[in-house]
Design a binder for this molecule. Structure first.
Ligand code: ATP
Ligand code: MG
Length: 400
């Protein structure tokens, strides 16, 4: 048994001890069979959420209405979900009803793709009723059951299919692909928050380039916010040597650079993203603008150390020139004379005291930025006396 699963074995053993069935399921089993690094381990069991809560000491009810709880064990947490089937999805968001069932086979039948519908028991034996392992060998994504029905039931699965193309480098089976072409318009019924989660994972995959091409070929782009307004954008993306990006903010910075008609604010609003995403994307974009104007050091300073890898990804994606190494930016960062405004030898109070007759206002901030910039660019040393002399030259008292 793979080491990663070993840590979760006690959960299965405990459930067995209490008379319940329990298996490893979903992405972890799939990734194990592919030989990829395994993310979260999901466990499926015949025990109901209440029964799981009764057995383990630390259980967090994360999605109890869908049968899911989080079991904390040692240093780790495992998602434990009761075997279930689902009723209809009348609102395209949640199944109308979740039915708990006794048999793992019934649970596997509700899952989206054959590669995701494999269970593994504690001895490493597979329960694979849809030949998911074979599909994995063929690097193919195919739905469990008739693709049309499964996408009508939950159109999000179409977005998941493309995110797996990007993440795993797999292809869509012909029937899955054709069903997406036919049903792409159903994406409009899906809550954008659910789409965003899958879309972000897609951006993070190594095979995003293929996914972009599929968005166009399969019509999906026509039903996604912002992208539907500019059909050429996806095509332009698929022409780029697209790399795996870190998160949504890097992507919308990219999209905005490729198509300035859509502001970062607009992307954030339409995809219902957080302010954090907006702030990071804006920061990357501002740095990109400075960088393109040749203000390399200033761009690096404004980014901060943590944002150097995301910035490098954005630059490398956009440029056809030699790849930028994050280490070279980090080296430049370490040579900066200061790392933030607090380290500047001059502050707003100093400036006010040097211009006692001027009414305080935004001019103080813009003066500070100018000082900050000359220090960062190595024009002046970060010493109060030196900076004061220069400031007084810029703004003779009589200008007041
Ligand atoms: P990852 O490794 O990225 O977490 P995953 O396959 O585990 O990939 P999850 O979103 O964590 O993806 O879902 C866990 C499992 O639940 C999937 O493997 C699949 O079996 C099932 N599943 C998730 N979403 C759906 C859906 N919309 N329809 C049907 N089954 C789904
Ligand atoms: Mg998962």
């Amino acid at each position: 048994m793979n080491n990663v699963f070993v840590n979760a074995e006690p959960i299965l053993q405990t459930l067995h001890y209490h008379g319940y069935k329990a298996f490893f399921v979903g992405g972890a089993v799939r990734d194990f069979l592919i030989g990829r690094p395994i993310g979260d381990i999901d466990i499926a069991t015949s025990a109901t959420p209440e029964q799981v809560q009764g057995i383990f000491e630390k259980v967090i009810p994360v999605g109890i209405e869908h049968g899911t709880v989080m079991v904390r064990y040692g240093e780790e947490s495992f998602e434990v979900t009761t075997f279930r089937t689902e009723g209809d999805y009348h609102d395209y968001r949640h199944p109308d009803q979740v039915y708990f069932v006794e048999d793992i086979q019934d649970d596997l039948a509700r899952r989206d793709f054959t590669m995701n519908a494999i269970a593994m028991d504690i001895d490493g034996e597979l329960i694979d009723p849809y030949n998911g392992a074979k599909a994995i060998k063929r690097n193919q994504i195919e739905t469990v059951g008739k693709a049309e029905d499964r996408f009508e039931e939950d159109p999000l699965r179409m977005m998941r299919a493309l995110r797996f193309v990007s993440q795993l480098g797999f292809t869509l089976s012909p029937t899955t692909y054709h069903a997406i072409q036919q049903h792409a318009s159903l994406l409009e019924n899906i809550a954008i928050e659910r789409l965003s989660i899958e879309f972000e994972k897609l951006i993070q995959g190594d095979g995003a380039k293929h996914a972009w091409a599929l968005f166009t070929q399969s019509n999906m782009e026509k039903y996604l916010p912002v992208l539907k307004e500019e059909p050429s954008l996806m095509k332009r993306c698929s022409n780029k040597n697209w790399l795996a990006l870190g998160d949504f903010s890097e992507a919308i910075c990219m999209f905005h650079i490729l198509e300035p008609t859509f502001s970062i604010e607009y992307w954030v609003k339409e995809w219902k993203l957080s302010n954090k995403v907006k702030r990071k994307a804006t920061r990357l974009l501002n740095a990109y603008t400075e960088w393109m104007q040749g203000n390399t050091i200033w761009a690096i300073y404004k980014l901060g150390f943590d944002q150097l890898p995301p910035f490098t990804r954005v630059i490398n994606l956009l440029s056809s020139e030699e790849k930028l190494e994050v280490a070279s930016l980090e080296k430049m960062y370490h040579h900066l004379p200061i790392y933030n405004r607090e380290e500047l030898a001059v502050n707003g109070k100093d400036i006010r005291s040097w211009f006692p007759n001027r009414t305080p206002g935004p001019w103080i901030e813009s003066m500070l930025v100018t000082i900050e910039r000359v220090v960062i660019e190595g024009e002046l040393t970060n010493e109060k006396g030196i900076l004061k002399e220069r400031v007084l030259q810029w703004n003779p008292q009589e200008e007041n």
